[in-house]
Ligand binder design. Structure first.
Ligand SMILES: [Zn+2]
Length: 375
């Protein structure tokens, strides 16, 4: 079993090209992680996810602790075996979903008690328990337990929340049992306040993590503010550790964040949109439900190599969307994940070539053109 490592291979401005090694294989960065909430990337078999170019996926601690439970998954050989995904897996700590999904939450210094949104069963999640669950799941990359500061937050409230997360980060680190090829990441909080973000980054560096995430963004602050926070936060993080922007985002968010020094991303957008007839393309977002596609024999995106674009017309995709067929969600999810992976591969190639500015300019110009006109 190889050790966990991050190698910085190239740089272009603040953008970084790197490679993460884990117990379950390598991840070329910048990388996008498809979200496998309940130990499945919805509508996709693991081999289909891999075929889009994905090297690492994310799974959610909150959902898996409720059902089927971390202990059940551990008894069945761990998450990789359980879901038949042999590659690297990152798990979140459950904090974000507790805040957004669970009922009757009570936040205390020790952790959070809550009732399951599924059946009302009472649970407690603490830094120690969140780390233990992620250990039982066998995550290659585990996340420290934190409070995702609600947005908007006054500076005093954001400070209290950030300081609680830093105490929880320290407890997460103490509870973490190091294994070869596995890693624990800390999470920077501090809402939209640069001074708080820098203090949070410094506190995490003092504790010492294998990688550093930026949390509490893409929660309604807008892209300009998010980029401003990244401009302040990324330089405060160690050069030699991976940086992960949690829960982000749209294709232009990814391009902008990579240019600001982010290495890892996850977001439900490509998979969720695939189930609601929204497709991401080189020329912007396309709604397959729209009648303009009804008689269009052309592929969704002629430059895309996914199963949906190789074998089917826009007219057919439109038809199965309107008919509510399962295949629509499967094909459009495959397309969207492939689009995201192609975008990341393009960014990696551009950083290698020292051409990130030209790549970003071309990306923005293509997106601005909008979808091809109907025939
Ligand atoms: Zn495609």
């Amino acid at each position: 079993m190889s050790g966990f490592s991050f190698s910085l291979l190239a740089r272009d401005g603040a953008a970084r090209r790197g490679r993460i090694e884990t117990a379950h294989g390598a991840v070329e960065t910048p990388a996008f992680m498809p979200v496998g909430t309940a130990a499945t990337v919805k509508a996709m078999r693991p081999e289909d996810v891999r075929a889009t170019g994905a090297q690492i996926i994310l799974a959610n601690t909150y959902h898996l602790m409720l059902r089927p439970s971390a202990e059940r998954i551990a008894a069945l050989g761990g998450l990789h075996k359980f879901m038949n995904w042999p590659g690297p897996i990152l798990t979140d700590s459950g904090g974000f979903q507790v805040m957004s999904l669970a009922k009757l939450r009570k936040l205390k210094e020790s952790g959070v008690t809550f009732r399951s949104h599924l059946d009302g069963t009472k649970f407690e999640l603490t830094p120690e328990r969140a780390v233990e669950i992620q250990h039982l799941l066998g995550a290659d990359i585990a996340m420290a337990f934190d409070e995702c500061t609600p947005f908007p937050a006054e500076e005093a409230a954001a400070l209290r929340s950030m300081e609680l997360s830093m105490r929880w980060a320290e407890r997460s680190k103490r509870a973490y049992r190091a294994r070869p090829g596995h890693a624990l990441f800390g999470i920077v909080q501090g809402s939209v306040y640069p001074a708080l973000r820098r203090r949070s980054a410094a506190a995490l560096c003092d504790i010492g993590f294998d990688g550093y995430a930026v949390g509490g963004l893409a929660v309604g602050e807008g892209q300009e503010t998010m980029f401003a926070v990244l401009d302040e936060t990324a330089p405060a993080l160690p050069e030699d550790r991976p940086r992960y922007l949690m829960g982000v985002g749209k294709p232009d968010d990814l391009v902008g964040a990579v240019r600001r020094g982010i290495d890892l991303f996850d977001c439900v957008l490509p998979t969720r949109s695939g189930r609601t007839a929204q497709a991401f393309t080189r020329r912007g977002t396309v709604n397959l439900r729209n009648a303009r596609h009804a008689a269009d024999a052309r592929p969704l995106d002629a430059e895309c190599g996914c199963a949906a674009c190789a074998g089917y017309s826009r007219a057919y995709l439109h038809h199965i969307v309107r008919a509510g067929e399962m295949l629509a969600a499967m094909l459009l999810t495959a397309h969207n994940l492939r689009y995201y992976q192609d975008l990341m591969a393009g960014l990696r190639g551009a950083i290698d070539a020292g051409a990130i500015d030209a790549f970003a300019a071309r990306f923005a110009a293509e997106q601005a053109k909008g979808d091809i006109p109907p025939p």
